[in-house]
Design a protein around this ligand. Sequence first.
Ligand SMILES: [Zn+2]
Ligand SMILES: [Zn+2]
Length: 349
Amino acid sequence: MILVNARATFNPEGPFKLTTIERRELQPHDVLIEIKYAGICHSDIHTARGEWGPVTYPLVPGHEIAGIVSQIGAEVTKYAVGDRVGVGCMVDSCGECSSCHKGEEQYCLHGNTGTYGATDRYGHYTQGGYSTHIVVTESFVVRIPDNIPLDAAAPLLCAGITTYSPLHHWEAGPGKKVAVVGLGGLGHMAVKIAHAMGAEVTVLSQSLKKKEDGLQLGADHYYATSDQETFKQLAGSFDLIINTVSAQINIDAFLSLLALDGTLVNVGAPADPLAVNAFSLIGHRRSFAGSMIGGIRETQEMLDFCAEHNIASEIEVISASQIDEAWERVLASDVRYRFVIDISTMNQE
Ligand SMILES: [Zn+2]
Ligand SMILES: [Zn+2]
């Protein structure tokens, strides 16, 4: 076992404490990554607080990992020591089911192995990126292009791919009208990526507080959903709506904004069921869909796309001692737009 330092929570309420965790010895296809930055995702909070099911403590969250390869297993062919790499929300899957064969490992029929809070094929409990090193099989590691700084790249591994995948799947591009609901960590990436794909982008946010930001990030239009006029004015407008909000929203009201054959895709996951009136769907052959992260091949494609279009996340870098404070700010929507932990501060008070 390889002992590494990490920040873990020992119960649902926290706080985070500096501790030591075990990483497995390198298997022939494993890569040891020295983590430089780890993004803070809302899912980290849901998971650590047990809101998505029971978890084992201590728990080290973090599935937006950017770092440098520091050692490779005997049969690794994809990576060399010194390579800039990333790890996202999963670190393994069965590799044999129809989803895995399609390169959609996130939908593995046997369940993918989460980067933290899961049991891997060796029977080892997985721990995430709020730590100095991680061991991952090379097929679940992606390459971070040279022109994306590692800190701004980290959130692409979850927020980036979670929005890129549905935009790509439902063919956002020139001539397509795309709306993004919510301008947070996911929403700001959806705006940047949809804009780079050539779509006409509208932000639908609760208020106009972040309007200037939204337009700067690449949105063409910005509307407040607290204003009922918005729903009248934009009725039947969009080909695709990406809903990044994980709270309860009025799905029927948002479906009414879709054009013929339009699709509303949920990437956020509210704890309680969402109600949908069938008439909202059948009237204009609309779809209500969901999408979860993306496959490994698609994650690499997303990183290369971001490099080509010179986009990455808007971030606020924090030290490891500020994780608890940052979580509170995430819950208060007080972040523009992603916190990233500087892992070099791991041992600081
Ligand atoms: Zn995430
Ligand atoms: Zn599978």
